[in-house]
Structures are given as structure tokens and as C-alpha cells.
Design a protein around this ligand. Sequence first.
Ligand code: FES
Length: 573
Amino acid sequence: MTLNKFSRIYTQDDSLPASQAMLIGAGLSDADLRKPFVGICSTGFEGNTCNMHLDGLANEVKRGVAAQGLVGLRFNTIGVSDGITNGNAGMRYSLVSREIIADSIEAMAGAHYYDALACVVGCDKNMPGALIAMARLNRPALMVYGGTIRGGEFKGQQLNIVSCFEAYGKKVNGQISEEDYQGIIHHACPGPGACGGMYTANTMAAAIETLGLTVPASSSLPAESPAKLQECLATGAYLRRLLELDLKPRDILTREAFENALVVITVLGGSTNAVLHLIAIAHAAGVKLTMEDFQAVSNRVPVLADLKPSGQYLMEDLSKLGGVPAVQRTLLDYGLLQGDLLTVTGRTLAENLADVRPLGPGQNLLRPLSNPIKADGHIQMLYGNLASRGAVAKITGKEGLRFEGPAIVFNSEEELNEGIRHHKIKAGQVVVIRYVGPKGGPGMPEMLKPTSAIIGAGLGDKVALVTDGRFSGGTHGFVIGHVCPEAYDGGGIALVQNGDWVVIDTANNTIDIQLSEYELEARRAAWRRPPLPARQGVLLKYIRTVSDASHGCITDLLEEAYVPEPALRPAGR
Ligand code: FES
């Protein structure tokens, strides 16, 4: 069987001597030119805990690949740290980076005819970016997750990255000293690895493991564990098998696999960013996945895991209990997962889990079906005159299911941060942050700084937040994001004014401004689009190409493929 069916296009063609000369110049032997080429992409870079160790892991992958008689060729692409950019204008590049990562991996592997692909990634957008590229290229491929960070500790308090944002709110409110504030900053991130709660990186890693595009347990092995190095070394054997079976990402990324992933992120109480990313990955794989599919899973699947941000445990705690495979096995036994789906091991999910013990009594991290944290899913799709094409709520149940109150409106994150500093936010208000959507932001920035500051100020359970931007996986509270159409496109969120009464009912999936259609029409007629928020470079390209959030903020949506999400309300639940 020919395993080098792509690379042989230039390694074995007598009329392409320059291609061969360059490879020989790069250190390959004549024998190497006859072997399959594996592109090994790392999003490693030095300035972020999630990415600082990835090049080292990629080198281990290369060793494992070589041991299998394959040629591993390392290359890098970018990453943007959400931890570093949250709360500043750098955040505008965060979601944009997902597209750059996908495009750059596609361009590298496509241009150089790699026969297979291994992507070593470790931060929020790295993972969906890599998956999008794998699905577009559709050559044997797998993802290696860089792993989760260890928890931090200061004066007996367990810490993670979100502790820093919340500490700021406490400092502003005079609840902690400068010394304690600095202590938290210096102890929150004790080494390499992605943010440790069930935030976006761990959510996406668990989802992608469930999709079948990582080897089992990849998503829950801590970054610094010896097992993570073993996983990297073993990658070569999996890639060889994928090549021999000619098993490709689109064979694995089926609609049923996405349904499984939605079940797992719901049970784990995962990040709302998964809505954007899974819709985008599905698009790249040719699978139709919509916000309604998330709602359908939320209607039948409960939240069971007591994980941060709203719960108490970290991914490293889950790892000690058997990791994501133990959760999958439990859900398989409950009949919530479809087990007969292929994975990168060449076996089905059920076969991978055959020897895994389910999570039962003796642990408190994953509750049984009979005693869920929330009886239905925490990710709820809302519709109404404030979000005619939908919004995404993250409701774990601790916040209640309904919120109504007067709006207080901010036209940027900076405005809101000023408002928080000047104590303008009062209990009972619906805090609206707008013009921070995919085009208006641009880049649909996350609102972790203001949401954490609000929690730190003791208002977390007393206000609701509504935005056309995103929330970090680390955000908790009564929060609604991804409002469509966004304010920059003149959606209902652009028409809200201070004092308007807003009603959010997550039990009935509605979000409305209590105004007559007549009044809304008058405001709509008076509305003017603000100036372009970026006038050159990648942000301008993004504004011109990005789809709305209901379509996953993708940048390659063919016009004829555009189907608006159903306006108005969903059918009854
Ligand atoms: Fe990388 Fe949080 S900043 S996972």
C-alpha cells in the first residue's frame, strides 16, 4: 500500500529536481524521500504557559514518528493567549487567531504535500484552528493536547488564572490588600499548561477527544506529567496506523461524533466558546451543525460535573480519577454516548473504553444521573427582540433561570471597566456590553475582565450580563453572549437604552426588551452604523469576511451556503 501518496508527487517525480534538492539540503536521505512525510505543527511560543512547552512535546512526537519509519517535519504557527489578552485590546486578535492557525496549517501541509499531520496545541483557539485545518485537508491526522496546568496556591487558597481577574475586583472593592493581590498574581500559574478549570481549552480538548481526533486521555493528562511525554512518543504508531488504514478526519468527524462531543461538554459544564468552535469545525468537515443542535442536546442532557468555573474541581482533579475516558465510559454506560464511532486509534470509542472504569461512588466530581447539578444543559439558546438570530446563555442553575431588570448599556469593554471602577453597576441591573461582536469588536473579544471584576465586587449573582461579544470559559454568573445580529449590524442589542426593562427567561429560551414593535422600529430607523473599527491589516480582513456567531464566526462561508438561524423563537422545549 502506498503511504506517501501526497509527498511522492514531488519526492518521486524526476521532473522536480529542485524539490528533491531542497529536501536533501534540509538533511533528508534518499531513503527518507521514499518515506511518508508527517507535518508536525506546534503552536509553541515562549510567552504563555499554555504554549511554552509545546515545541518540546512536538520534538517527542517527531522522535515517535521517526521510530515508525516516517519522516517528521516540524513547523510552527501562531497562538494568542487569552489569559494575557483578556481585558485589553489584544483580545481582538484572539478569535481571529483561530482562522490564522487554520489557514497557516492548511497552507503549510497543502503546499508541501504532507501525507499526515500531527498538531501539538495547547490554548483555546489553537485546538479548533488545528481541527479546522485537519478537516479541510482530510489526510490522516491527530491532535496532541499540550495538557492542563497545575493548580496554584497562596495562603491556603487554591488558585488558577481566573483567581487573578477576581482578585482585581476584590482589590478595587478594598477586600484584599496589595500584598495579597501580588501574592495571587505570583502563585496562580505555577508552570506550563493550559488554564486549569473547565474553561475553553479544557472544554475543547475534551470535545476533540470525544470527537475521536486525539488518542484516549490526551485531554486530561497534565502538561508536566510523564504520561504526556509517553502520549507524544506513541503518536508515531497511531499515525502509521492511520496511514495504513487511510483513516481520515472526515471519516471520524461525523454528525454522530459531534453529537457525542456536545453531550460531553454539556455534562462537564463546558465553555460557551465550544458553540462557535464546534460549528466552525463541523463546517470544515462538511457537517451541518447549528445552534439548534446544541439546544436539542441541552434539552436532554444534564450537567453532572462539579468543575470550575462554577464548580470546585480542576481538570487535574479529573485526571486523577481517570480523566475524560472515565467520564466517557460513565456516559456510555448511561446510554448518552454513541460508542460505535471511529477514532484515531483505528478503533471505535466503545472499544477504546472497554477497559476503562466508570466514575461511581467514592468521588464527588461527577454526580450520578439521579442527582445532577442541573437537570438540563447549561448552554441555552435564547431568542427574542434583543437577539432575533439567537444568543448563547451559560446557566448552571446556581444563578436561577430567569432575570429581569433595567438595562445599563456600555458601548465597549473599556466603558464598562470604567463603569465598574466608578461603582456604576448596581444590583438588579442587566449590564449590556455591545459593539464587541465579530465585526464590531472586531474579533468578538471575551469579557472576562469585567465579568470577573463584577464577581469580585460581590455582584456576580445580582446582575445579568448580555453581550454580542464572547465570554471566557472562566466566566460564570448569569451571562448571555454571542447575541446575533451584533450591534455593528444593527441588531436588537444596538437599540437598547439605559433603563429599558429586559427580561431573560432561560426556561423558555427568550430574551426581550419590553418595548413595543413601534418603538423598536423608530429606534431602528434612527440607528447609524459606527465607523469601521479597523482600517487595515488582519482585523480589517476579518471584518470583511467573518460570518456571524450563529455560523461559528468562520471566514470561508460561501454566500450560497448562508442559511440564517431561525429568527424569533424556537419551537417549544
Ligand atoms: Fe491558554 Fe487559557 S490562555 S488556555
